[in-house]
Ligand binder design. Structure first.
Ligand code: ASP
Length: 312
C-alpha cells in the first residue's frame, strides 16, 4: 500500500488513490477497534506529540486514542498553559519539541497555514488537526469513510453542505475530497456566510435550503463558527434556524434515505434540530466519531510506514 506523503497537511495534496488507500486501511482499524483487544503494534517504539493551540474535544481525544491503540508513546502538550503564553514563537516551540525527537506531531492552530509552516521546521511527520479556516483533512477523511459505509460508494452522490461555509475548514476539506471523488456538491447558506467566488470551484451554490436539499443523498450540517465572526453575519439565531436550521420539514425534501452528518460540536436548535441529530435512522453523527479514530489510526500508520522505510 503506497502513500507517497511525508505529512498529512491537507486534502489538496492527496490523489484519489491515496484517499482510497487510507480509507481501506481505516476499515481494518474499525474492525480492530470493535474487537476485544483493540490494540496493534503498528506505532510501537514511536512517539506522538499532540499540540493543540485551539480548543478541541473530539479531535484531540480521537488522535490520542488512535495513537494508544497502535502502541505509540502519546504526549499531549497543554498549549494554553505553555511557553506560547510567555511569548515564545510557534517556530521556537516547534524546534524545542523537535529536539525531543517525536516521530508524529499532531497540530491544531487558529491560523491558516501555520501547520504547513511548522512542518518545514521539524524532522518528523506532521498531521494537520485543523488550521484556521483552511483545512481539517482527517475530518474530511472520516466523513468520507462514514459516507462510503452508509451509501456503499463514494462517488456520484448528491451532497449538500449547509450553513457557515465561509468560516469552515471542514467544508473546505470536504469540498476538495468529495470533488476529487466525483460527487455533485451543493453548498447552501446565507450569502453572508458563503465565500465569494466559490461557484468557480465546480459546486452549485444555493441560499435556499428547500431548493438545495432536493434529492440530496447526504446532508452535512456545519456549526455556526461564532469565534471566527467579527460582525453581524446573521440577524439572529432564531431567524437562522428558521431559514437554515435542519428540521423535519426541510429534511423531507432530501432523498428518503438521505443521511444527516455534523462534525460537532453541535449547536442544537441553531443549525440542527436536536431530535434529528439523535434520530438513529437518519443521523450518522456518532458513526462519524467512531470513524474518526479509525481514520486517524490509518493516517498515522501510513505516515509511520514511510518514516520507517526512510530510516531503513
Ligand atoms: N470540530 C470541527 C473543527 O474543528 C468543526 C467545528 O468546530 O465546528 O473545525
Amino acid at each position: 500500500m503506497s502513500f507517497p506523503h511525508r505529512h498529512l497537511l491537507g486534502i489538496e495534496q492527496l490523489a484519489p488513490r491515496d484517499i482510497v488507500a487510507l480509507l481501506d486501511l481505516a476499515e481494518t482499524y474499525v474492525d480492530l477497534s470493535r474487537s476485544r483487544g483493540k490494540h496493534s503494534d503498528a506505532l510501537s517504539g514511536l512517539t506522538q506529540i499532540n499540540m493543540f493551540f485551539e480548543n478541541s474535544t473530539r479531535t484531540q481525544a480521537s488522535f490520542e486514542l488512535a495513537g494508544q491503540r497502535l502502541g505509540a508513546d502519546v504526549m499531549n502538550m497543554a498549549m494554553q498553559a505553555s511557553s506560547i503564553k510567555k511569548g515564545e514563537t510557534l517556530i521556537d516551540t516547534a524546534l524545542t519539541l523537535n529536539a525531543m525527537r517525536p516521530d508524529l506531531l499532531v497540530v491544531r492552530h487558529p491560523h491558516s497555514g501555520a501547520v504547513a509552516l511548522l512542518a518545514q521546521k521539524v524532522n518528523c511527520a506532521v498531521l494537520n488537526a485543523g488550521d484556521g479556516r483552511h483545512e481539517h483533512p482527517t475530518q474530511a477523511l472520516l466523513d468520507a469513510l462514514t459516507i462510503r459505509r452508509a451509501k456503499g460508494r463514494l462517488h456520484r452522490l448528491v451532497i449538500a453542505i449547509c450553513g457557515d461555509i465561509a468560516h469552515s475548514r471542514v467544508a473546505r476539506s470536504n469540498l476538495l475530497l468529495l470533488g476529487k471523488m466525483e460527487n455533485r456538491i451543493r453548498l447552501i447558506g446565507p450569502p453572508t456566510l458563503m465565500p465569494s467566488g466559490i461557484g468557480e470551484f465546480g459546486v452549485e451554490v444555493y441560499d435556499d435550503m428547500r431548493e438545495g436539499l432536493k434529492d440530496a443523498d447526504v446532508v452535512m450540517m456545519l456549526r455556526l463558527q461564532k469565534e471566527r465572526m467579527d460582525g453581524g453575519f446573521i440577524p439572529s439565531e432564531r431567524e437562522y434556524f428558521h431559514r437554515y436550521g435542519l428540521d423535519r420539514d426541510k429534511l423531507a425534501l432530501a432523498k428518503p434515505d438521505a443521511i444527516v452528518m455534523h462534525p460537532g460540536p453541535m449547536n442544537r436548535g441553531v443549525e440542527i434540530d436536536g431530535t434529528i441529530a439523535d434520530d438513529i435512522n437518519r443521523s450518522v453523527i456518532q458513526d462519524q466519531v467512531e470513524m474518526g479514530v479509525a481514520v486517524r489510526m490509518a493516517a498515522m500508520d501510513l505516515l509511520a510506514r514511510n518514516l520507517r522505510a526512510e530510516a531503513a
